[in-house]
Design a protein around this ligand. Structure first.
Ligand code: NAP
Length: 255
């Protein structure tokens, strides 16, 4: 029987792969057989992951890239195409957050969040989609968030809410208009997972207690619990699934 989730021969690009969820995504797709390009600003943090994935027999390319800078993105995409000859899967995962309400947020902070979380998705897609259109095949997976759908009384995340809400809208827009080129565009919307982004804030505060109390699953997500969604959207198992947002949130957004 065909393995619907097999990624052998595919080339996957994962942004924000120097820590947290991006590392998990890179390992998960490599485990399914994909060759991998990992991107982030901190090149030194990409190197150990590069070695780890290489040791499993997959080809890997680590590229220093700031997704808010078009020149960086252009060069990164060029180096990936030069090495692998194609890009089949793009995971737009790089992201930043900051706690802040509209009445206290500095404009520069607003711009930093929107530029990374939203413009980064635009720039990466802008330079990858032409290659996908040419090969009439592509799988784009954006990392959104439950914060793109709902707010939080306890902790204002207004710039983050706006950026992830826009990523959800962009996923629907891209998914619907790119389907005719054989490109699916979907988003994974996690709730709470431990990472550099959350370990010193949400995981340390009373927020975690109230999260555990309110979340139907009674706990945050654990390492690996986003992999199934990533592999599904990256593989031909999702060939007729596009413009969808999959909330991986222990039921959080359905309470
Ligand atoms: N953890 C959660 O609970 C949670 C929940 C919902 C959604 N998310 C989303 O999941 C994604 C991954 O976050 P995480 O939780 O794994 O946090 P993380 O450990 O802080 O990882 C964020 C990644 O994004 C990269 N990044 C940030 N700014 C960048 C830029 N300008 N250019 C390129 N890369 C950049 C970082 O690498 P460098 O610093 O090396 O550039 C890092 O690899 C984000 O989009 C986040 O919003 C996380």
């Amino acid at each position: 029987m065909n393995n619907l989730f097999d990624l052998t021969g595919k080339v996957a690009v994962i942004t924000g792969a120097s820590s947290g969820i991006g590392v998990q995504f890179a390992k998960a797709l490599a485990d399914q057989g994909a060759d991998i390009a990992i991107l982030a600003r901190r090149y030194d943090k990409l190197e150990p992951l590069c070695k780890e994935i290489e040791s499993t027999g997959r080809k890997v390319l680590a590229v220093r890239c700031d997704v808010t800078k078009e020149e960086d993105v252009k060069l990164a995409v060029k180096s990936i195409i030069d090495k692998f000859g194609k890009i089949d899967i793009l995971m737009n995962n790089a992201g930043v957050t900051s706690i802040g309400s509209v009445d206290t947020l500095e404009e520069t902070e607003w711009d930093r969040i929107i530029d990374t979380n939203l413009k980064g998705v635009f720039l990466m897609s802008k330079h990858v989609v032409p290659h996908m259109k040419e090969q009439k095949y592509g799988k784009i997976i954006n990392t959104a968030s439950v914060c793109g759908l709902i707010g939080s009384k306890a902790i204002p995340l207004h710039a983050y809410n706006a950026s992830k809400g826009a990523v959800i809208a962009l996923t629907k827009g891209m998914g619907t208009s790119l389907a005719q080129y054989g490109i699916t565009v979907n988003a994974i919307a996690p709730s709470l997972f431990e990472s550099e982004m959350t370990e010193k804030s949400l995981f340390q505060s009373d927020y975690l207690k109230s999260y555990n109390m309110l979340c139907p699953a009674g706990r945050p997500g654990m390492t690996g619990e986003l992999n199934g969604a990533a592999i599904y959207f990256a593989s031909d198992a999702s060939s007729y699934t596009t413009a969808q947002i999959l909330f991986v949130d222990g039921g959080w957004t359905s309470v």
